[in-house]
Each structure stands twice: as C-alpha cells, then as structure tokens.
Design a protein around this ligand. Structure first.
Ligand SMILES: [Zn+2]
Length: 304
C-alpha cells in the first residue's frame, strides 16, 4: 500500500483543540474567555522545542482571538477546524453539520489566510452512528480527519477502528489519536485526561514503545488544561465529568515540556490527503463495515 515499511520509526504529531474552558456549556458563552493566555504559553513551549502543531480551532475562539490564530500561522503551525461550536457530531443532522463545517472552514480561512483541510470533531464524536459525517467532510473540502478514537467509553469511540492511519475515502485520511496495543487491549495515552492521569513515566514508555514499533503518536491538549487558575464552578452534573475536567491540571504543562524535551521535535499533521497517504503502511487496514455496502449493490452486479 505504501513504500513506508512498518519497521520505520513512528512520527510524532502535536495537536491542540483550541476551545475555551466553557466549551461544553452553551449557556456560559457569555463567561470571560480565558483561552488566550494558555494558548500563548503553548505556542511559546512549541517554539522553545522547535516543534510544530495542528491547532483545531472552535470558530468562536478564532473570532474572539484572531491574534492567537495569526501568531500560530506566522510560526508555521497548521490550522484545522474543531467546529462552529462544540456540539457533538452524533447529535447533529447531516445537512446542518455540513453547513456548519463549511461556514467554520471559511471563517478560519478568512482569519488566518491559509487553507483549512483538517478536522477534529468535538469530543471525538465521529462514532458508528455518525459515520455519515465522513462524506460530508469530504464534500466540504476536508482531506484529513483526526476524530475517530479506536477505543470506547461513555462519550465516544469505535472500539474496532484501526489504530494506524487509514483511508476513509480516496480523498479523506484518518489519523487517529494514540493508543498503545497490548494484545487486544488498547490503552489511550498522550492527551487530555490520559496525559494528566497516567504517571509521566508510563506515558513516556508507551510513547517510546509506539515510536519504536513504527506507530505514529498524536499528542493532543486543550488550552484550559494549562489554566490552573480557572474557576472551579463549571456546572457539570456528573462527578465523573467534573473530575475529568479538573483532574491534575497543574501537571499538564510540565508533562508536555518533558515529552517535547525528550522526544521532540514534534510536527503538525499532514494537511493534504496525498501527504497523509504517505503515512499508510501495510498495517493500515480499512474501517470494518465502512462504507456500508449499498443495498442495491448485489442487484447491480447480477445485471452484468
Ligand atoms: Zn473539544
């Protein structure tokens, strides 16, 4: 499938989901934005370690803080779309979703003056029930997606999805977030709550293991995860969700710095399908059951 043998070392990608601390709470959109300061610290950190990243922006953050997006572009980072808002994909209607990603893409391109062809769904919300989003993304001009978590929890994931990059369609390549494989067990690492909850040495071991095995690593972080001073009164109704949001925020920045120092430089995700296809190896398998066979496929074949 590709000239790149699986024995090559995996590549290291850094991604940021640029959203405010209140992203999951539509009723709090009037709250003061806190995204600029931690974003500048993240951009400083990347600069100090000669690393590049893909920044998946919520459109509201780009509108409120165009200077952050423009600083990122000037520093050579890539801009992707995280959504017009943080609504989960599987709670949207396909036509409304497509309108929103077209509008979001246009807005980010206007602010940054660069093409936007990569996408990450809010809360990894491209799941089996929202795989219709794939053809909508392709129709709207997206070429690389990083939204399908190959594990399962209460909010997201497709447990049998491939862990290595794979082509969703000829024009759209999926680069999933990192998991480490232990037999059939998949252990997510390298971002968000997992980065804050796992001991750093465990993350370092898992990252090293993946790289040596020729598997890419996709780190991900949110600016609010560096914002230790943020108010503690987000109206989560579940103790689990509240704990996940606030757990060990003070660890985020030092852990990212340690990973950048030990393993860097990191790079941005490829932006074009052609470049992303260079990540495919003989281990790149299609997503089982996708695209679903057309109901009339057998009938058509019988006419031939
Ligand atoms: Zn998000």
């Amino acid at each position: 499938m590709s000239a790149m043998p699986a024995s090559s070392r995996g590549r290291l990608f850094f991604t940021i989901d640029v959203e405010d601390w209140t992203a999951d709470f539509p009723d709090m959109q009037g709250a003061p934005s806190r995204v600029a300061a931690p974003m500048h610290r993240l951009l400083d950190l990347l600069e100090a370690h000669q690393s590049r990243a893909t920044l998946f922006f919520l459109v509201e953050c780009a509108r409120r803080h165009p200077e952050v997006l423009q600083r990122a572009v000037a520093a050579g980072h890539h801009i992707g779309l995280h959504g017009l808002d943080h609504r989960l994909v599987y709670r949207q209607q396909p036509d409304a979703f497509e309108r929103a990603i077209r509008e979001g893409r246009q807005c980010l391109e206007d602010v940054g003056g660069v093409p936007v062809t990569t996408y990450r769904a809010p809360c990894w919300s491209i799941t089996r029930e929202s795989l219709w989003a794939v053809e909508r993304l392709e129709a709207a001009g997206f070429e690389v997606d990083s939204s399908i978590f190959p594990t399962k929890n209460h909010l997201y994931g497709i447990p049998d999805a491939p862990v290595d990059p794979y082509a969703l369609t000829p024009g759209l390549v999926e680069i999933p977030p990192s998991v480490a494989l232990f037999g059939n067990l998949k252990v997510p690492f390298g971002g968000g709550f997992y980065l804050r909850a796992l001991p750093l040495w465990v993350t370092q071991q898992l990252l090293q293991r993946n790289v040596k095995a020729g598997r890419n690593v996709v780190l991900y972080v949110h600016p609010w995860e560096l914002d230790v001073e943020q108010p503690r009164d987000l109206p989560y109704t579940s103790v689990v969700a509240r704990t996940i949001h606030y757990f060990q925020l003070r660890r985020t920045e030092e852990r990212l710095a340690a990973l950048l120092r030990q393993f860097g430089p990191f790079e941005a995700l490829p932006q074009r399908a052609e470049a992303a296809r260079a990540l495919l190896t003989e281990r790149s398998v299609p997503l089982a059951g996708f695209p679903a066979p057309r109901a009339d496929a057998g009938r058509q074949a019988s006419h031939v």
